[in-house]
Structure formats: C-alpha cells, structure tokens
Ligand binder design. Sequence first.
Ligand code: ADP
Length: 283
Amino acid sequence: MSTRSTDSARPRRQALSAEGISKTFGNSASAHRVLRDVDLRIEPGEFVCIVGPSGAGKTTLLRALSGLAVPSTGTVRLGDRVVTEPQAEIGVVFQDYRGSLMPWMRVCDNVAFPLEGRGVPRRERRSRAEEALTSVGLADVGRKYPWQLSGGMQQRVAIARGLAYESSILVMDEPFGSVDAQTRFELEDLTLALRARFGITIIVVTHDIDEAVYLSDRVVVLSGKPATVVETVDVGLGGERDQLLTRAEPEFTRLRTHILGRIRGDGAPERATKVESAALGSE
Ligand code: ADP
C-alpha cells in the first residue's frame, strides 16, 4: 500500500467542513431534532474523534460528513464542493464487520468490490486490494473467506477496503466496538500507523473517551438535545502514542476528565473514573 503508484493515486487532500448543519427526523407532526447548528472543520491529515452520550447524534453527524445522509439545514463541504452524496475521497468503516463484509466473497474480493463500481480495471482492483491488505498486516489471507478470520482480522479487512478505495479521508463509526480489549488496542495503533504512513484524514466516532484522547489531535464533544458541538478539545500529547505510557500521562487524565465533564454538562469534575466514562456510552 505504500507503493508510489498507490500514494500518487490518492486524491488531493482537502478540508472537510460542516457549516451550521442541523438534522431532524420525522415529519412536522412528530419531528425529532437530533443535531442543531453544528459547525466543524477538519483539516487534511488530522485525526479527529467525535464523542458524546449515546443517542446524541454522533452517527448522524458522521453520515452527514461522509455524504451518506443529507442534513436538514446547513452544508457539508469537501474543499469547495458541497457534499450531498458519497464521495470517492471518503472511505467509510462501520462498527460491525459482520454486517459490512460479504460472507460469500473471498477477502480479496471484499476489499476490491467497491472499486468495481468506480470502473477500476480488474487487474488494478486486485493489486490495490492486495496492497491494502498488506498495509493492515493481512498479506496472506486474500484467498480466505471473512468467516474464517477472527473478529479483529475482519475489521482489518474492513479498514483495508476503505484504504483500497484510495480515499484521502477515512470515516469510522465505532470501529473497534465489536472486538476484545487487546484487539481494540492493536486496531487503534494500526489506525494511527496508517494515518502516519499515508497522511490521510481520519474521523472516528466513539463513545469511549479514553480511546478518543488516545487517538486524536482534536476531540469534538457533542452534547445537548438536540446536540451541538459544546467544545473542540486540542490533544497536546504529541505525535507518538503508546498504549501504556500515553494513558499514564497526567495530561491524558486531565483531558479525559475535562471531556467527561463537558459531556455531562457540569464543567470539569474533580474526579472521573473509567467506569463513569464507559457507562456514558452504554447502550
Ligand atoms: P449516536 O451515534 O450518538 O448514538 P445516532 O446518531 O445514532 O446517535 O442517533 C441519534 C438519534 O437520532 C437517536 O435518537 C436515533 O434514534 C435517531 N435516529 C437516527 N437515525 C434515524 C433515522 N434514520 N430515523 C429516525 N431517527 C433516527
């Protein structure tokens, strides 16, 4: 995946922005307003996590940013272009690999499949899929079927599919929510490594505040009903992250405590525990 051909084929990097977007579901008789006046600008190459209480509208915002849903009011822009439909530049990885990979297709074909719709010739589809699988550490599994792989490996396949699309922006909705804790750490580090290697923009929705702080350059905090951006928090933990060392830093604890307070709407609390943090996201 790091070959020159693939990197040069990756589209021009552009900022992605939400300008005053709101989203209401239902009709006038039973309207359910989920998002209100969300303003957000994500620069090329940034790693941004979106956090907020369960049901706040994180997925709804992510769908609008990726062109999978159109906001009720306001505009999403990729560079100068208004986004109203899925974009070639934006790859999407969903939480549940079981629902997003096709069990009757070999792994390689799963990764190559979206490229067919873009008219990429067969031979190139195959080579791009192989490169993408190599970049997520799965060079040898292309001939297998998804159900022959572990959950963590299947989610790597889903990430490879987003990369093979040659997107400059990878949008991920609770991407590590369906795997065990150890695999989750591995996938977090893989995602950081892919950002460092390819310079792509990565936007992750997560209910796990610790994960958001660990991964991000900035954390966008959504709260309220309807939800809006209550704060965008800069994460000054440096470029090199380490699962043990970074999470033990006092600044890490300060950030997670601050963010938890903003989500609860009660300012930065004196004490915040991992249990409280996890409970916020429980469905
Ligand atoms: P989060 O990702 O923060 O958990 P969601 O964006 O999934 O929140 O959902 C926010 C709210 O919008 C929820 O109350 C959900 O039921 C509602 N919602 C989401 N999608 C739809 C839809 N297609 N139709 C109606 N309501 C929806």
